[in-house]
Design a protein around this ligand. Structure first.
Ligand code: HMG
Ligand code: MG
Length: 308
């Protein structure tokens, strides 16, 4: 299949990237990160999560973060909402797009949102209905699509079942999450094939964590299957509090580089993105995990040395 001519990147750094940080990140830093990402050309920036602060303390300032964002008219700022309480808070904050998050693993569902898969779908249904009435878009996530931190292997059929249930309910798009980051390209293709038998390809997004360093290979495999939407996180920030050992999302810098090498324009300014990754990494007292970022920084240093 021909590669898609256009790819949409959903930047999840401010949410997936920061949710696992042990030390509180200042609200102002989160907001500035979102502003910098928008200035670098990201058009979809997952801003925060209206979840229980007991479960994910780092997202306790969701309403404050959302209120402080200077929202650009051509940028969407989706937020996670696990239940009606979260949805109502998101609505009150002015969110125009939300995401519900289910899983293809029973145990992960229990550990992450404290209910079974079937219960989660029943919990999401009123959110989708209320969102429809308020003209709010709902994205659906399925976690553990290429393995579960508790159960190990997950069948592509189990993933397809949950993805279809979310689409049937009214989600406009399904993001398939390799939560543990253990996927490989062939397994990625098999899983996508199973999901694409049930829901249209154009409604499928890939969400790859880079624990084993396979995320860009998996994205390339997904591109070859015709997938044109990918989630990623600046500087490769991230991890899931309920998937111990899982490292960050694939770095947005790495995805932009991959796409530009394939002649696919992502609309993102790589230099501005690298600067944003360096900035947030400094705030978190670490180096950017992105290999592309490291290469760009090394190239800049060499060019500066040559110029004297
Ligand atoms: P629960 O304990 O079963 O909830 O948690 P509950 O309804 O029994 O309520 C218990 C308390 O939480 C009550 O407060 C509620 O008011 C409060 P109390 O009376 O004890 O003071 N509460 C809330 N507070 C704020 N916002 C809310 C909310 N709901 C209840 N929305 C619940 C169930 C779903 C709330 C909880 O399990 C939760 O918040 N889980 C979120 C976990 C999470 O955010 N995980 C990370 C995101 S998923 C992810 O990273 C994967 C993804 O990236 C894709 C991939 O990589 O695979 C998306
Ligand atoms: Mg994730």
């Amino acid at each position: 299949m021909a590669l898609p001519s256009k790819v949409r990147i959903v930047e999840v750094g401010p949410r997936d990237g920061l949710q696992n940080e042990k030390k509180p990140v200042a609200t102002a830093v989160k907001v500035e990160l979102i502003h910098r990402l928008a200035a670098a050309g990201l058009k979809s920036i997952e801003a925060t999560a209206f979840v229980s602060p007991k479960w994910v303390p780092q997202m306790a300032d969701a309403a404050e973060v959302f209120a402080a964002i200077e929202k650009l008219p051509d940028v969407s700022y989706p937020v996670l909402t696990p239940n009606m309480k979260g949805f109502e808070a998101a609505l009150a904050a002015g969110a125009r797009e939300v995401a519900v998050f289910g899983a293809a693993s029973e145990t992960f569902s229990q550990k992450n949102i404290n209910c079974s898969i079937a219960e989660s779908l029943e919990r999401f249904r009123p959110i989708v209905e209320a969102a429809k009435a308020a003209d709010i878009k709902v994205r659906g996530y399925v976690s553990c699509v290429l393995g579960c931190p508790y159960e190990g292997e997950i069948t592509p059929l189990a993933v397809a079942d949950v993805a279809q249930a979310l689409i049937d309910m009214g989600c406009y798009e399904i993001s398939l999450g390799d939560t543990v980051g253990a996927g490989t390209p062939e397994r990625t293709k098999n899983m996508i094939e199973a999901v694409a038998r049930r829901i249209p390809l154009k409604k499928i997004a890939g969400h790859f964590h880079d624990t084993y360093g396979m995320a860009t290979a998996n994205i390339y495999a997904a591109l070859q299957m015709g997938i044109g939407i990918f989630d990623s996180s600046v500087a490769g920030l991230g991890g899931c509090p309920y998937a111990s050992g899982a490292l960050g999302n694939v770095a947005t810098e790495d995805v932009v580089w991959l796409l530009s090498g394939l002649g696919i324009d992502s609309g993102i300014n790589l230099d501005a993105l690298v600067d944003t990754g360096v900035w947030i990494s400094k705030k978190l007292k670490r180096e950017p995990a992105s290999r592309v970022s490291q290469a760009v920084l090394a190239r800049r240093a060499m060019q500066a040395a040559v110029r004297g």
